[in-house]
Design a protein around this ligand. Structure first.
Ligand code: SF4
Length: 197
């Protein structure tokens, strides 16, 4: 019979409590104690696999949440731990990754695009369409103005050095490939992410 991690934890907690008391000769007490063991707190949670966002190692994490948006119940993350099946970290996390729940819950976390209009002293939320259109417009205008086709010796260089681009090393190979292609196709030299590659 296949036993999931969740079932294993539940059975282990009950068995440990029962066997400890039972070993002392209090069989009935052991059974009563096992019956009173609270359910494993993550038992009802939804498990979602993801990657730690902090560094280039990209350790696998399991995010536990309660609630279901499709049922109009606000989903909330209640626990994050290392993914034991992930080939990079095998369930381990460094102190920074182990504290990622604080990052998820931080009131300072940016969850959507924001813009500070000229002359304003505060940021305002905008849609992704507005944000993407604005970024594309600014990039196009800057490239048209500052693109360097040839250097002073007349050698073709096709450089664009007045804008930089942030990527991320936590994305997939395919997304990284597309990012690199986009950046280099425009002539951008400044490409940075936390892996420094
Ligand atoms: S857990 Fe630590 S080592 Fe792993 S990706 Fe996160 S920050 Fe990097």
């Amino acid at each position: 019979m296949a036993v999931t991690r969740r079932q294993f934890m539940k059975v282990s907690a009950a068995s440990l409590a029962a066997s400890s008391v039972g070993a002392l000769g209090f069989v009935d007490a052991g059974e009563a104690l096992a019956a009173g063991v609270r359910p494993f707190k993550l038992e009802r949670a939804t498990e979602t696999r993801n990657a730690c966002p902090y560094c280039a190692v990209a350790c696998g994490v399991i995010v536990y949440s309660l609630g279901d948006r499709s049922k109009n119940a606000r989903a909330e993350v209640l626990h994050v731990e290392g993914d034991p099946d992930h080939p990079v970290n095998r369930g381990t996390l460094c102190p920074r990754g182990a504290a990622v729940l604080d990052f998820v819950r931080s009131p300072n976390r940016t969850k959507y695009p924001m813009i500070r209009k000229p002359g304003s002293d505060k940021f305002e939320r905008v849609s992704w369409d507005v944000a993407m259109d604005r970024v594309a417009r600014l990039m196009k205008d800057d490239r048209d103005k500052n693109f360097i086709a040839k250097n002073r010796d007349g050698v073709t260089v096709n450089r664009w050095i007045s804008t930089g681009f942030f990527g991320t090393s936590s994305q997939s190979n395919e997304a990284g490939y597309l990012t690199y292609k986009l950046v280099r196709a425009t002539g951008l030299l400044g490409l940075e992410d936390q892996a420094r590659i």
